[in-house]
Design a protein around this ligand. Structure first.
Ligand SMILES: O=C(O)c1ccccc1NCC(=O)[C@H](O)[C@H](O)COP(=O)(O)O
Length: 195
């Protein structure tokens, strides 16, 4: 089960996620309580070992803004959150990073439909920490997809059983407040996912 820990904001949080065994870490460079500057994203990305994917998270920015931030920060993937048009993914195809499409459950749930490498199926409000009806997507997404939205150490095993995703993505559920990850909650989340 692939695990992405999203919205990391300082070096200690990066270490906690990497040491706990996360496969990917998300650095939010769009409007959010977890937003960090491109410079800070570059500093954090430099701490991440090569086997862990660094994902720059964007929502609503145009492809050229995303391209500039991705190049400046050195992230190895970009996540376009929300209903970005297919053309935004096409415009970033030559960037040389993985493309991640994050959408709500009413969108096209075929991973690769927008030329992305990874699909995230999330709650309607990104980063809200609010659980939603995970079981409703069971069997609908295809390819490599992560379940997100309201997951935490206590509910993630049940959510996996309900939705049968390829992986999971969490932010609020491993925080003490928006942008402040708790290493103990990160470890508890990983243990709940992987046993
Ligand atoms: O986390 C944010 O604040 C955010 C803001 C704007 C766009 C995307 C954002 N997060 C993207 C993620 O991948 C989150 O991990 C995902 O929405 C799940 O969040 P949560 O329900 O808090 O676990």
């Amino acid at each position: 089960m692939y695990v992405k820990i999203c919205g990391l904001t300082d070096p200690g949080q990066v270490s906690a996620a990497v040491e706990a065994g996360a496969d990917a870490v998300g650095l939010v460079m769009t409007r959010s309580p977890r937003r960090i500057t491109t410079e800070k994203a570059a500093a954090l990305a430099a701490l991440v070992p090569a086997h862990v994917l660094t994902v720059g998270v964007f929502r609503g920015e145009d492809p050229e803004t995303v391209r500039a931030a991705a190049l400046a920060s050195g992230v190895r993937a970009v996540q376009l959150h929300g209903r970005h048009p297919h053309g935004d993914f096409t415009a970033l195809k030559d960037l040389g990073v993985r493309l991640v499409r994050a959408v709500d459950a009413e969108a096209d749930l075929r991973c690769g439909a927008f030329d992305e490498d990874l699909l995230i199926v999330d709650a309607p409000h990104a980063g809200s920490g609010l659980p939603w009806e995970w079981a409703a997507v069971r069997g609908r997404p295809s390819g490599r997809w992560l379940l997100a939205g309201g997951l935490d150490p206590a509910n993630v095993a049940g959510a996996i059983a309900e939705a049968e995703p390829w992986g999971v993505d969490v932010s609020s559920g491993v925080e003490t407040s928006p942008g402040v990850k708790d290493p103990a909650l990160i470890r508890a989340f990983m243990k709940a996912v992987r046993g």
